[in-house]
Unconditional design. Structure first.
Length: 376
């Protein structure tokens, strides 16, 4: 029977935190989670850090503790694995709080998928399936910055790390039996790398729906508008769309206005237009004068490419079934589309790692056959 004390232990002093961190650095692994708020800010507002050591659950009040250096040192101790679940936002929160991204990490959501469980399982579902324990989800929309936290909030936060160590124990055993632990380590290392190196502002235009319709000056304007919005949102710490909505960036790039009145539209009017109008005009003018416009973005698949995509997805499903894996773990739709649309397909990003031997090379061969090319 599992023996985990789920009663939360509140930590709000420098001395107690330092003592616990010294103890935890003697362990092979700890469970780690965060609570944060992010409704009106660009960056998450760290409100709580939870640690589980396999026996007890600790709630670290980062709002009350002055010296968080021991926690920072713990997160960077490569001898201690940090067990987390679906941790992308938690990594961002910890980087915001401590200026570091923990490593190594063991993401139990990714591990579950690699073991053959359903892709994208939530924490409660993972605990239920592996440990047969039901968890409540009553405080998901709480105000975590309030003090004092309610007992319900504390209990909820403690449960978020209580069962991660036993889940980790089950999953790492399965990964070793399946000889897939290196797969998990590779994917988790990629998460850490992405958290440490966020996408540069100059690339955010690629996310805009409909951007593929633009070319030349229009695409240059969209790129620079999106880059300006990203930098300004970070500087002011406000959500991107509170500053300027994506569809407005696209509209301005299509029209390339030369005076403020021509920019006016819902979402860019009145006070907003007065505050940002001149700046946006300057961005647009400089972008339109560029001689290095970015290349056009891929257009929606044509009929032939759509057929190729279906064939590749069928191949992925076959490989996934034979390997006992969810297809989503192997390849994402955007990765398949990129292969189909590339003039010289090659394995990049996730497909260049462990997935290359499992499915990547097969996809390249299948695509070559579909195109009537010789397969080496």
């Amino acid at each position: 029977m599992l023996k985990v004390d789920t009663n939360p232990i509140w930590i709000d002093s420098d001395e107690k935190l330092a003592e616990l961190c010294r103890r935890w650095r003697g362990q092979n692994a700890i469970a780690l989670d965060t609570e944060f708020m992010r409704s009106r800010t660009f960056y998450p507002l760290p409100a709580l850090v939870q640690v589980g050591d396999g026996e007890h659950c600790f709630l670290i009040d980062n709002l009350a503790i002055d010296n968080l250096q021991p926690l920072q040192d713990l997160l960077l101790d490569t001898d201690v694995t940090k067990i987390m679940h679906s941790c992308s936002e938690d990594l961002e929160t910890l980087e915001r709080l401590l200026g570091v991204v923990p490593e190594p990490i063991f993401d139990t959501q990714i591990a579950a998928g690699i073991c053959g469980m359903k892709a994208g399982l939530g924490y409660a579902a993972t605990v239920r399936e592996l440990l047969h324990i039901e968890l409540p989800k009553s405080e998901t929309r709480s105000d975590w910055l309030q003090r004092p936290l309610s007992e319900s909030q504390k209990n909820y936060a403690a449960l978020d790390v209580a069962w991660l160590p036993p889940v980790y124990g089950v999953l790492i055993k399965r990964l070793r039996e399946q000889d897939r632990l290196e797969w998990l380590e590779e994917d988790c290392a990629a998460l850490v790398a992405a958290a440490r190196n966020p996408q540069p502002p100059e690339l955010y235009y690629r996310r805009v729906k409909g951007a593929w319709r633009l070319r030349g000056k229009q695409l240059a304007v969209l790129q620079d508008l999106c880059a300006w919005r990203e930098r300004e949102a970070r500087l002011r710490d406000i959500p991107r769309n509170h500053l300027l909505k994506e569809n407005i960036c696209l509209d301005l790039a299509q029209k390339i206005p030369t005076h403020a009145a021509a920019m006016a539209q819902p979402g860019l009017e009145g006070r907003t237009l007065r505050e940002y109008g001149d700046i946006l005009l300057q961005v647009i003018e400089r972008a339109a004068a560029r001689s290095d416009a970015p290349p056009r973005l891929p257009q929606p698949l044509n009929r032939r490419e759509g057929d190729w995509l279906k064939a590749l997805r069928k191949e992925v499903n076959s490989v996934a079934e034979r390997a006992g894996l969810p297809p989503e773990i192997l390849v994402r739709k955007k990765e398949l589309e990129a292969l189909v649309q590339s003039k010289s397909p090659r394995l990049e990003g996730r497909l260049a790692g462990w997935r290359a031997g499992v499915v990547g090379e097969t996809l390249l061969d299948t695509l070559a056959e579909l195109r009537g090319e010789k397969v080496p």
